[in-house]
Write a protein that binds this ligand. Structure first.
Ligand code: MLT
Length: 253
């Protein structure tokens, strides 16, 4: 399906893919802060916000196909692609299925490996909880892993509002989709487009050193660490985040 999105700016498209269990508004500060250098497009993945669907089951590849259709509908040949966490898993799927659509890659707070077998039950419990009680019911156990303890209360409120708005069935479907995702590690060495890996310095959800390992495995990739930020670095420290993205683009122009 063609996804609904927010956009700002003109020219080459920077496509921003959000993580779990939030929506396009996680990129609010990139729409505002990068629209002078790109046409910034932030879609809602299916099942939430501007991309409603009756369906309640999908895979990471389904999300990748939605992105491909959406990119084609924008009237451009390819995009600069940024994926945050689950958005990164989807970015790998898009790159595998439609490499011609991706001109450069920004991988934010994400990893290439698939879930360890012992983690799969956790995904099922998360899915069950979201389907039964709504996405907001996931907040208590997740929020401290997504933002640092010093995150401004407005940022915390913005993230909580997204938890509140994302329908439970969408989070349930995403959780199962993440459980079943394939290992993207084998493809890393063959990524030949410019790639930037970004981590929050105070990342609390991903294993330590995982962003470093990701950057090391992709030829020519650079790692940037964002101070005073955790997993959701784009919204927690947008100033530093946007500065690193600008620098990445400016070295190529
Ligand atoms: C995300 O931020 O998209 C998710 O927390 C990633 C995950 O659970 O693996």
């Amino acid at each position: 399906m063609i996804l609904g999105y927010d956009e700002a700016g003109h020219g080459d498209v920077l496509l921003l893919v959000h993580g779990f269990p939030v929506d396009r508004r996680i990129w609010v500060d990139q729409l505002a802060g990068l629209s002078d250098i790109r046409r910034v497009v932030a879609p809602d993945l299916r099942g939430r916000g501007k991309s409603p669907t009756e369906e309640t089951e999908w895979t990471i590849d389904t999300h990748a196909e939605d992105l491909a259709e959406t990119i084609r509908s924008l009237g451009v040949e390819s995009v600069d692609l940024a994926g945050l966490s689950m958005g990164g898993y989807i970015a790998f799927a898009l790159l595998r299925r439609h490499p011609e659509l991706v001109r450069s890659l920004i991988l934010v707070s994400t990893r290439a490996a698939q879930d360890a077998p012992e983690y799969k039950t956790g995904r099922e419990m998360t899915a069950e909880r979201a389907a039964k009680f709504g996405t907001l019911a996931l907040a208590e156990s997740m929020i401290d892993k997504l933002l640092t303890p010093n995150a401004p209360s407005e940022v915390r409120d913005q993230v909580m509002a997204m938890f509140d708005d994302v329908p439970g069935p969408a989070s349930a479907a995403d959780s199962i989709a993440m459980r079943d995702r394939v290992d993207s590690t084998p493809m890393l060495a063959s990524i030949s487009i410019p790639t930037l890996v970004i981590e929050g310095e105070e990342e609390a959800l991903l294993p330590k050193e995982s962003s470093r390992a990701l950057a090391d495995a992709i030829p020519g990739a650079k790692l940037e660490s964002i101070p005073r930020a955790g997993h959701f670095a784009p919204i927690e420290n947008p100033k530093e985040f946007n500065r690193r993205v600008r620098a990445f683009f400016s070295t190529r122009e």
